[in-house]
Design a protein. Structure first.
Length: 365
């Protein structure tokens, strides 16, 4: 059995960031305000977390904030030294950070190697230079390409973070960013549809009518498409949608845009709806009958059913089925039965190609 992964988050907001990106207010995104980040702070956070960690867990220290390798080298070294202490003691298994593409070079990567860094995530956000300029990112597409190549050459696990729906972007530009990201062969990806956060330049643009955020449905659709593209290329999408903090969850700071506390589930249930629907389209109505049973792994049932059984209700209506039930199984093959007759089956991995086919007009729903 694979061990669970426990993340110990160390937030380093704004420190070292040379730009004020239009969408960014790290203090609000992280839910943290006035605090000092140093080695002592790292020890304090780690000690608090390890009290709750069991033996069947891989624990990771993660330096979040988006500009870790841009902070002062002495501070960076102090934080890394504190993290490495726990890695050397085998209390944690890995260290990760998130940073900017323009804050990567040989000297920086040698420092990360020295102190046991394992994963470096780049906030590339977009690979369209016009979008990057409008968003005041302060880096360009070429810097993202060069940084990604260098990170992989040094043997780190490479992560990409992208933001559909940035000002000046479009569905085509967002998909192109995904395709060009795939060409760089990241190991992991995070998809963050753009939100309008209070006290940001993007909020000012929104209030003046200069920026229109994606609707929730638009964000789910483009995220599902991008998620599917990464998945069929064997790239793991580890997060979709901004993580909850207390302030964001209380609707204090997200002023507009496609925020949802279970955004990833919305994306996955859409993909599964079309995967099932595309198969049901090909079954004769008489053979389909009034009742079907979906045999699926336990961890997929909620995505297949949809929130409040939304997928089940839509499938019932679309195909005139009176009852849809579930039966748990252990492998990754999803099977649909009418009584004892298996109507069809597909692997979990096939759902992503089905969704992409649907976007090209190949499916009947």
């Amino acid at each position: 059995m694979n061990k669970k992964i426990k993340i110990i988050p160390i937030f380093v907001p704004h420190v070292g960031c040379p730009n004020n990106c239009v969408f960014c207010n790290q203090r609000r995104i992280t839910g943290q305000k006035n605090f000092t980040v140093d080695g002592e702070y790292v020890h304090k956070i780690v000690k608090r977390y390890i009290e709750t960690i069991d033996g069947n867990t891989n624990t990771e220290i993660a330096f979040f904030g988006g500009s870790f390798t841009a902070i002062d080298t002495k501070i960076q070294e102090e934080l890394l030294k504190a993290a490495k202490h726990y890695k050397d003691l085998k209390i944690i298994s890995s260290i990760r950070c998130s940073t900017r593409p323009d804050a990567i070079n040989d000297e920086i990567l040698m420092l990360q190697k020295k102190y046991g860094m394992d994963i470096i995530e780049l906030g590339i956000q977009s690979l369209d230079d016009e979008v990057l300029k409008i968003s005041n990112r302060g880096h360009n597409k070429k810097q993202s390409i060069d940084a990604s190549r260098l990170i992989k050459e040094y043997g780190f696990i490479l992560g990409h973070q992208i933001m559909p729906g940035l000002p000046g972007s479009s569905r085509i530009k967002d998909i192109k960013t995904c395709i060009e990201s795939i060409e760089m062969k990241p190991d992991i990806v995070r998809i963050y549809p753009t939100l309008v956060i209070k006290d940001t330049e993007l909020f000012d643009m929104y209030e003046k009518g200069l920026y229109k955020p994606l609707s929730l449905d638009e964000a789910v659709e483009i995220s599902a498409y991008i998620y599917s593209l990464y998945s069929i290329n064997d790239i793991s999408v580890i997060r979709i949608g901004l993580q909850n903090t207390e302030s964001i969850n209380n609707d204090e700071d997200v002023m507009a845009g496609p925020f949802h506390p279970a955004f990833r589930q919305l994306v996955e249930e859409r993909i599964y709806y079309y995967a099932l629907g595309s198969k049901l389209c090909k079954v004769n109505t008489k053979e389909l009958g009034e009742s079907i049973t979906i045999h699926a792994p336990d961890n997929l049932i909620s995505s297949i059913a949809g929130q409040k059984r939304s997928n089940i209700n839509k499938l019932k209506e679309r195909f005139s089925i009176k009852q849809i039930s579930f039966k748990k199984k252990k492998d990754d093959i999803i099977e649909i039965y009418n009584k004892n007759k298996r109507l069809f089956s597909f692997k979990e991995s096939e759902v992503f190609q089905n969704y992409l086919n649907m976007q090209q007009g190949d499916l009947c729903i």
